[in-house]
Every structure is written in C-alpha cells, then in structure tokens.
Design a binder for this molecule. Structure first.
Ligand code: NAD
Length: 471
C-alpha cells in the first residue's frame, strides 16, 4: 500500500504538497509510515472530482448503489488482517479489542446500512404534495483518531448509499486504515470520483474543506472545539453541517443493586477499553452515598482484570494512549484532580516511558463542579460522585455541557424512569446491548444530527416537496 499518495478521482495520485506527516506507533514510538500533509490544492482537486462524479452517481438507482456497497463489504472483510494491524499500529489499541470493536463491528454497521437502505423514506406522500429525499451533494467527511475505521464507516457508507459523493479527511494521527478502506472501495468498482481520500491536518485542511464552493455538506466527528470551528466556516456559505462531538457521560448505579460486579464490568468496558478514548465513555459514576464504600471495594477487586500493556500481548486489555499529546493531556487532568481535592482510589500520575501508557485512575470524593467532572479527559479516568436521592442523581447526571450518552443500572422500572429523565442522545438500561439501527448522536454540546440506521442515512439527504395534486 502506498501511503505517500492520495486517492482522487479513482486514482492514486501524488499530493500537491511536499510536506509529510509521520504516523507514530504509540506503543513504542516508532514511525510506522508517512502520509502527505495535503493542502488546499489537494482539496480543490478532490472537490472537483467529487462534483464531477455527482450527477451520474445520484442518478444511479439505489439497488445498484446497494449492490456496489455489498461488493465493498466483501472487499472490506477480505482486508481484516491488514486493518487489524494498521489500526493497532496507528492507534495502539490491543489486538483483541482492535479486531472485535475497531474492525469487525464495522462490518455489522455496514451490513445494517445496506439492509436498511431500502426502507429510508425517499418518497413520502403528504396531504397535497410528495416529499422526495435527495442526495445533499458533495460531502466532506472529517474524522477523529479514536475509532479510525468506525467513524469513517459511519459517514461514508450512508453518504454513498444515499447518492452523495465523498471527500474523506481522516485524522492526521491515524490515517493508515483509511488507505486500506480506499483500496476496498476501488476494488469494489465504485465510479471514479464518488469517493476521494485527502490526508492532512485539520488546522490546515479544515478551512479549505468547509469553505470550498463545491462542497455541500460537512460531516464532522471530533472535539467540540474543532466542531465549532468547522461549523463557523461552513456556515459562511450555508453548508449543511452535522457534528458528532465530545461527551462526559454519566453512569448511574441505583440503590439496592445485589451484585455490583455486573454494572462495574459494563462501566469499566466503557471507560477503560480503548484507554478511555471513546466519545461515549461513562466517565462519571453516580452512586448512592450509603453504598459508595462497598461499590469502591468492588471496583478495586475488579480493576486488575483491565491489564495495561503491549497491544500485541493477548493479555493486554488497554494499550497506550494514542499519542504523546493525549498522554500529556490525561496526565495533566490526573494532576488537576489531585489539586482539586479528589482522591485516587487507584492509579497515579503516569510517568513517561517507552510508549504512552496510563493505568486506570479512579477518583473518589469528586464534586460535579470540579473540572475533572466537567471536562472531557478522554483517558482511563473515572470520577465517582455520590448522590443522596434519585432526584439528586438525575440533577447531577444532567448538570453537564454535554449530552451524548448515559447508563442506568438497577431495578428495571426505576431505571427506565431515570433513563427517560436523562438529557442525552443514548441511554443504556441495565445489560442492554447497543443497537446499530438506532439513531446515535448528542444533545447539547455533544453534537447536531444523527448517525446510524435509517436516521443516519436521512442525515445525508435533502428534502424537496413537490406540489403535485393539480392538473
Ligand atoms: P479533533 O477535533 O482534534 O479532530 C477531529 C478531526 O477534525 C481530525 O480529522 C482533525 O484533523 C480535524 N480538525 C481539527 N480541527 C479542525 C478544524 N479547525 N477545522 C477542520 N477540521 C479540524 O478531535 P480528535 O482529538 O481527533 O478526536 C477526539 C474527539 O472526538 C473527542 O472529543 C471525542 O469525544 C470526539 N468523538 C466524538 C464521537 C461522536 O460520535 N460523538 C466519536 C468519536 C470521537
């Protein structure tokens, strides 16, 4: 695979820029590859290729687009070993987790979009009109590093199925797996220009993508700060914007749970796996004051199961942080928590060695007004907050600038009642698994718009009402 090229107009081409971005393996700090630090001229070429491909692609019947996406899924699956290696090397996530959550789960999502595409209401009869949902046009997809494949799939699959053409700009930290996906798209036989890959830094390419006159929509997943910057420039020419941003998600353990180990495993799988670098991670644990001590004891018993180590070692459940910058950010938040007066039940301020490893850190004695409880840390750092009664639990859960995700564990009827009161796009009750067909997205500063299933495909359509009942 040639990481030194860009994929534009159905061909692998050199970048107009002569600068490079080195991709570092955070487990051992070696440079795995380098990719072009693309520039505005690259974006311009990609936008022209995407715009040129649009008329034919939007006119292609949905059944044909679905058939091509089926071929893509076959090609995607055929690259599993390569993708597992690339994601492990660019992100540092452990082999088992990488295979299951970073790679294989993306087949499930792709399958789900393919299966649901025929049920998207592309034509809807109203009282005296017909509403058509048409492709938005050229979509710029900007994605983060924490699920380098997943965030890309969540955009390019629904966008292409709905008849849009795409320019993908993956994160500069983890661009390698996107090359393998581009090869899968190429091998599947998508028409030239329907999908284009441009690599580079958001700070340099973001403005070109979000202001280019041929770009109709910007679909952004990343930090709230980045999302605001992209939106501001995209709105100068009133482009459609969809945003999947950060979170500070609460996990509420209700009073009277008989076996704490079940909810604690659910919680740890959320805040610790992927080293806590998950937008939906349950980073605030809300527990009844009278049970805090017993719950903390159980967490201390279970936490050693979440071993931190080399991503290649099958025993490792957590790898390193994805980059030096992320390691330093998490370290500074652990220091901050101690300065703010919280106590570390487990974990410590990490020392830098070979690889950016951080042991799970659980803060107790946290007040929801502390910065560690309000700001997204994006590391294996949990804040334990106590509550006196259910109303207070709901109040604390909702006292956040974010509203992406939440979990409630306890007696089913009460858990459902509490879940309904939480201000978030997704709320998990007890052991319920996630559902790829459900809409995924955030309230408040966690985003605008939805991904997943039918709603995630509607996001990439524009409505047109035809008043068609006259002669
Ligand atoms: P980031 O905002 O730094 O970068 C995300 C992407 O945007 C990258 O491709 C980057 O190059 C680009 N970018 C950055 N600044 C830009 C700008 N001004 N203009 C245009 N593009 C710009 O985020 P990150 O550190 O890569 O990812 C972590 C963040 O992503 C966390 O906040 C996490 O919660 C969030 N996230 C959200 C979801 C979700 O679905 N809600 C999913 C995954 C990650």
């Amino acid at each position: 695979m040639d990481f030194e090229k860009l994929y534009i107009g159905g061909k692998w081409v050199p970048s107009a820029s002569s600068s490079w971005i080195e991709v570092e393996n955070p487990a051992d700090q070696t440079v795995v590859a380098r990719v072009p630090a693309g520039n505005a001229a690259d974006v311009d070429r990609a936008a022209k290729a995407a715009a040129a491909a649009l008329p034919a692609w939007r006119a292609t019947p949905l059944a044909e687009r679905i058939a091509l996406m089926e071929r893509f899924l076959t090609e995607f699956r055929a690259r599993e070993e390569e993708l597992v290696r690339l994601v492990r090397e660019e992100l540092g996530s452990p082999e088992g987790f990488t295979r299951k959550s970073q790679v294989e789960y993306q087949y499930v999502r792709t399958r789900n979009y393919i299966d649901l595409a025929p049920s998207v209401p592309l034509v809807e009869k109203m009282a005296a009109s017909t509403v058509y949902r048409e492709p938005v046009g050229v979509v710029a997809c900007i994605t983060p590093w924490n699920y380098p494949l997943g965030q890309v799939i969540q955009k390019i699959v629904p966008a292409l199925l709905m008849g849009n053409t795409v320019i993908l700009k993956p994160s500069q930290h983890t661009p390698l797996s996107a090359y393998s996906l581009a090869e899968a798209i190429d091998a599947a036989g998508f028409p030239a220009g329907t999908f284009n890959l441009v690599t580079g830094r958001g700070s340099e390419l973001g403005a070109s993508l979000s202001t280019h006159p041929l770009v109709d929509m910007v679909s952004f997943t990343g930090s709230t700060k980045g999302g605001i910057a992209v939106s501001k420039s995209a709105l100068e020419s009133v482009k459609r914007v969809s945003l999947e941003l950060g979170g500070k998600s609460p996990y509420v353990m209700l009073p009277g749970i008989r076996d704490y180990s079940v909810p604690i495993h659910i919680l740890f799988n959320s805040i610790l796996l992927n080293s806590g670098q998950t937008c939906t991670a349950f980073s605030r644990l809300l527990v009844p004051e009278s049970e805090a001590e017993a719950i903390e004891r159980e967490m201390l018993r279970i936490v050693p199961e979440y071993k931190v180590g080399d991503p290649k070692d099958p025993a490792s459940k957590l790898g390193p942080m994805a980059s030096r910058a992320q390691f330093e950010k998490v370290r500074s938040y652990i220091r901050l928590g101690l300065e703010e007066g919280a106590r570390l039940l487990t974990g410590s301020v990490p020392e830098e060695g070979r690889g950016y490893y951080v042991e799970p850190a659980i803060f107790t004695g946290v007040s929801n007004s502390m910065r560690i409880a309000r700001e997204e840390i994006f590391g294996p750092v949990l804040c334990v907050i106590t509550y006196k009664d259910i109303d207070e639990a709901v109040r604390i859960a909702n006292d956040a600038t974010y509203g992406l995700n939440a979990g409630v564990f306890g007696e089913k009827a009460l858990a459902t009642e509490v879940a309904k009161r939480i201000e978030a796009g997704n709320v998990y009750i007890n052991t319920s698994p996630r559902d790829t067909s459900a809409p995924f997205g955030g309230w408040k500063q966690s985003g605008i718009g939805r991904e997943g299933g039918v709603y995630g495909m509607i996001e990439f359509t524009e409505q047109k009402a035809l008043f068609d009942t006259g002669d």
